[in-house]
Every structure is written in C-alpha cells, then in structure tokens.
Design a protein around this ligand. Structure first.
Ligand code: ATP
Length: 230
C-alpha cells in the first residue's frame, strides 16, 4: 500500500547546521506516527519539507503520493496542519476566523468548523485575543480538521496547555484515530505521544536514530533515557 507520508534519504542543510541528514520515514494509511526527539533534532524541518514549505538538498519527500518539492499547494489543501505556534488573526471572532478560512476550501468547511467549535464548547462570538491558550489550541485544531483532511500533522499540539485541555485534545485525536485518520504527531509529552500513536521515529541531531512500534519503545527504557530524557 502506498505510504501517506514518505521521506526517502532526505538531507537539508541551513548555512550553519545540517538540520536533516539522510532521513527516511514512511507512514502507511491509517497509522499514527509520533516524531520524537530533543529540541533542534529536525522534526519541524521534516514537516516543513513534507508540506512543500522548504526544499530538500537531496533525497525525496512526498505526501499522499504527491511530490512535496512541486506539489506543496495541493498537499496543503489535503492535509490538516496545526503548527507549533499557530498564528491566528486575533481581532477576529471564533466564528469569523472559520468563515475566513472557508474561503480557501470547498463548500461545507464553515459548517464542519462550527460543529467542531460547538463540540469543544467554544463561544463563537468571542474574539481570538480573548481566548485562553487551551481555547486557541481548540480553534487551531478545528481549523485544521474542517476540510476533512486525508492526513493530520500536529507540531506539539499540547505545549503549555493545562492537563484538562491536554486530555480533551487526546480524546479528540483518539476518536480521529479510531475513524482511520493518518497522523504525524510531534510531541514532547512522551506518554501522550506513545499512548496515541502506533509507531514512533526518534530524531537525534538531524538523523533518524530509531524507528519502531510504540509498544517496543515503551518497554525500552535505555532508548528513552538516551534520546528522550524520560
Ligand atoms: P524543536 O523541538 O525545538 O521545535 P525541532 O526538532 O523541530 O526542534 P527544527 O526546528 O527542525 O528542530 O530545527 C533543526 C535545526 O535546524 C536547528 O538547529 C535549527 O536551529 C535549524 N533551523 C531550522 N530552521 C532554520 C532556518 N530557517 N534557518 C536556519 N536554521 C534553521
């Protein structure tokens, strides 16, 4: 079966650092994969390459069979992406930002967005600037899901959130997983990541140092201590 996410021997250099060196990664349909590793390991760079926001120096990247180096626009229209620090227009209300985003997607987006907003218990009339961090995270997740994407990419979705919000996001993602959503999850919270994901890849200093199932990872304490500090 064709992988939804595919990095093949990808190298990406910035002027002062090699962010990724010969990194390979495959996520088959319906699989949730956690991307783990220390700060600066190259996780966000890998995501940006997959979405066509950065070009590789060598190797290839594709999403849903589309080459990331040329098909970024199409990829981004079919992927839900929650960035590390999502930028939301903070003068808009929760409802208005849904209408605004709907302009970039086919009909039905705003209705689906509003359904998520209600399910998360958010007040549609509140301005984004008046929202707590957790509420903003829920808006960002709703925006990323409203076009029914074929892949969901989340870059540290629980960073700085209260445990109750982390739980709510966990439950939502678990529900999506049971519906067959393919996901790539960058997450520092080891338990959150490994309880939600089927597989994991550990990045260390720009290289993929380990690939396997979360079950295998949970029982390998030497591996966590060496690469994840947990
Ligand atoms: P974190 O967990 O802290 O978000 P990360 O694993 O996502 O880290 P990246 O953001 O991919 O790591 O960064 C990998 C390396 O590439 C770092 O050394 C970073 O400083 C560097 N880097 C990332 N983007 C750029 C850029 N646009 N220009 C120069 N260097 C960059």
């Amino acid at each position: 079966m064709r992988p939804v996410v595919h990095l093949d021997n990808v190298t990406k250099r910035y002027p002062n650092v090699t962010a990724l060196e010969n990194v390979s990664l495959e996520i088959p349909p319906g699989v949730v994969c956690a991307l783990l590793g220390a700060n600066g390991a190259g996780k966000t760079t890998a995501i940006r390459i997959l979405l066509g926001l950065e070009q590789v120096d060598s190797g290839t990247a594709s999403v849903l069979g589309i080459d990331s180096s040329t098909g970024g626009l199409e990829i981004r229209s079919r992927v839900g992406y929650v960035a590390e620090r999502p930028t939301l227009y903070d003068w808009m209300t929760v409802e208005e930002i849904g209408w605004f985003a709907a302009g970039f997607y086919p009909l039905g987006y705003a209705e689906t967005y509003n359904r998520y907003i209600r399910r998360f218990g958010l007040d549609a009339r509140k301005r984004i600037r008046e929202l707590s961090k957790g509420m903003r995270a829920k808006v960002a997740l709703s925006l990323s899901l409203a076009h029914s994407p074929d892949l969901l990419i989340l870059d540290e979705p629980t960073e700085g959130l209260a445990p109750i919000v982390v739980r709510q996001i966990f439950d939502k993602l678990k529900e999506l997983r049971s519906e067959g959503m393919t996901m790539l999850l960058v997450e520092q919270n080891f338990h959150f990541a490994t309880r939600l994901s089927d597989t994991a890849s550990i990045f260390g200093r720009g290289q993929c140092v380990w690939n396997g199932t979360c079950e295998a990872l949970r029982s390998d304490t030497e591996l966590h201590e060496k690469w994840l500090g947990v």
